[in-house]
Design a protein around this ligand. Structure first.
Ligand SMILES: [Zn+2]
Length: 249
């Protein structure tokens, strides 16, 4: 049975991914802003996740997000020895792994979290995509690396989008018309950018089927249960997105 306080954003992905693929996005009940601690999560953040997920995460790998297009790979080694994790936080905006029971995590407050899963090769990926990362095609990069490292076929991949700022609220400068001509709309109040739609279009361009892309459709700026940088500026906390292949060892 699921714990009572399990957040709704998690549930939207529950029927989309198989049960051993754990996906989760927090709301504003807890702030997951990157702390100065040497561990990826503080004790209270770990305890919050354990309550929400119904189990304690065995290991968590995160990155220092820099709005770039770098995606790190943590592959399972051929030997019995577990692959070593990066000793310190790397500057990157995406993580790919085929390692069971290793939770990968990104933090967002308006940016899009992109969950990727290759059911044939049992590989997962999580990407933090703001407009800068999207302009640098970080999700395309993540798919290309999955194909390169694990021989993934884009046609097999399942992709889900977490909460993000949507075109209802994402007012931008006219320069976005140059960056994203298809996904920037001119309205009476100005220009509005559709961040999830842009990532969707890029994924389809990478060979992923539109039917295999699920968008939770939550706008972080409209929805008061979310943190939103646009709405709250510097005081905005961060939501965490988690993905893990849960396997019995
Ligand atoms: Zn909105």
């Amino acid at each position: 049975m699921l714990p009572e306080n399990r957040l709704t954003t998690t549930q939207s992905f529950r029927d989309f991914f198989p049960p051993h693929v754990v996906t989760f996005t927090s709301d504003r009940s807890a702030d997951f802003k990157l702390s100065g601690t040497p561990t990826p999560l503080t004790r209270s953040q770990s305890a919050f996740l354990a309550r929400q997920l119904g189990f304690r995460l065995p290991g968590v790998l995160t990155v220092r997000q820099v709005h770039g297009h770098k995606v790190i790979i943590v592959a399972r080694t051929a030997t019995r020895r577990p692959a070593s994790l990066p000793a310190k936080l790397e500057d990157a905006d995406g993580i790919l792994t085929d390692r069971p029971n290793l939770a990968i995590a990104v933090r967002t407050a308006d940016c899009l979290s992109v969950f990727l899963y290759d059911p044939r090769h049992e590989v997962i990926g999580l990407v933090h995509a703001g407009w800068r990362g999207t302009q640098q095609r970080i999700t395309t990069q993540a798919v290309a690396l999955m194909c390169q490292q694990w021989d993934s076929n884009p046609k097999d991949l399942l992709v889900a989008f977490g909460p993000a700022i949507r075109s209802c609220c994402y007012r931008v400068g006219a320069s976005f018309l140059e960056y994203f001509p298809k996904e920037t709309a001119k309205r009476k109040q100005g220009y509005f950018f559709d961040l999830p739609e842009t990532n969707k279009n890029q994924l389809i361009g990478s060979g992923i089927s539109a039917a295999n892309i699920l968008d939770c459709a939550v706008c972080t700026c409209c929805d008061p249960t979310c943190f939103s940088y646009r709405r709250e500026r510097e005081s905005a906390g961060r939501m965490i997105s988690i993905m893990m292949l849960k396997k019995q060892s």
